[in-house]
Design a protein around this ligand. Structure first.
Ligand code: BDR
Ligand code: CA
Length: 325
């Protein structure tokens, strides 16, 4: 039975790879894609999601647009300097025009109807700010039993990227992230920067992708601005497929090794805003009262077979059956 999956996304170059990974995987039932502001404004992320699905020949997948801003506090910074001003290195318009219209009920409406209709638990993979997911859980708690796991790309254990402390997806809407990761009781797997950086791929990997056919070539063509940004960040020619690492875990549970930790999300306005505080104290030191950690725990992805993961993603993006529409 194919694994049922919904992706909540802000494409974004790595989001485009992640959506394609799920859309081209025959053992995945991609129920829907919901969009959120993030790397670029909502209008762009939504158009990009529709176009990427069209590229993959998946106009059958419903798409709905969600939040255009964070839950509580405005956050105007986007990541066009990383992904290009259209979110796809200026190449969004080179993708096929979508045949499919947006779902009229919006992202939360689509999430609710897909979950209500599901006859088995569904994995939700947020790979952008977690605004839509926080709204879903706050307003429609009756769907929680239909959620198998939330496998999210976000956060950092020892570092940030937007700031020294905070990763972009969490920093973009810390209150939403806290609602999902700390206040709700839905099982969560957090795929942090620390691991996604280790899974960076080089230009030889991108070259292999480009040589395999029209979808691979189209995906590789989305990378120039992203590559330029990561060349500066990494100091070598490569890109970090953050979101595809999370989708790999969503479609193949256990491909990432996880450890269970209590987590807090910093929602203050100091230099730590948006940080994920992963409590790696010895369990006996987590205590009660002042200094005690929040209830519950999150599975934090800490390790994987890095080369194996790169092969896994490449293999699925380049399946011979994958043909551009
Ligand atoms: C995350 O932020 C975005 O720029 C990427 O798409 C990814 O989801 C990495 O911090
Ligand atoms: Ca993203």
């Amino acid at each position: 039975m194919p694994r049922k999956l919904i992706i909540d996304t802000d494409p974004g170059v790595d989001d485009a790879f992640a959506i394609s990974l799920a859309a081209l995987s025959e053992d995945v039932d991609l129920l829907g894609v919901t969009t959120v502001f993030g790397n670029v404004p909502l209008e762009n992320t939504t158009r990009n999601a529709l176009r990427v699905l069209q590229l993959c020949g998946r106009a059958d997948v419903p798409v709905a647009a969600g939040a255009h801003r964070p839950l509580v506090h405005p956050q105007i910074a986007r990541a066009g300097h990383v992904h290009g001003m259209d979110g796809l290195s200026g190449r969004s318009a080179a993708l096929p025009e979508p045949e499919r219209e947006l779902e009229p009920g919006g992202a939360v409406g689509l999430l609710v109807s897909l979950l209500e209709a599901a006859d088995e638990p569904v994995t939700i993979t947020p790979i952008g700010p977690m605004t839509n997911i926080a709204l879903l859980l706050a307003a429609h708690p009756h769907v929680k039993p239909k959620i198998d796991r939330i496998v999210l790309m976000g956060g950092g254990v020892d570092r940030g990227n937007s700031t020294a402390a905070a990763e972009f997806n969490i920093w973009s809407d810390p209150e939403a992230a806290r609602r999902v990761l700390v206040e709700e009781d839905v099982p969560c797997v957090m795929v942090p920067l620390d691991l996604t950086y280790r899974c960076a791929v080089d230009t030889a990997w991108l070259g292999k992708l480009a040589s395999t056919g029209p979808i691979g070539a189209a995906l590789e063509a989305l990378t120039p601005d992203y590559l330029a940004s990561y060349r500066r960040a990494l100091g070598w020619d490569g890109i970090v497929l953050h979101d595809a690492v999370a989708v790999a875990e969503a479609i193949s549970p256990g491909i990432l090794r996880t450890e269970s930790y209590p987590i807090e999300v910093d929602t203050t306005f100091g230099p730590g805003r948006g940080a994920t505080l992963v409590d790696r104290r010895l369990p006996g030191m987590r205590g009660e009262g002042e200094g005690a950690t929040a209830q519950g725990a999150v599975q934090v992805a800490v390790d994987t077979d890095v080369n194996g993961l790169g092969e896994f993603v490449l293999g699925r993006l380049t399946r011979p059956t994958a043909a551009a529409s």
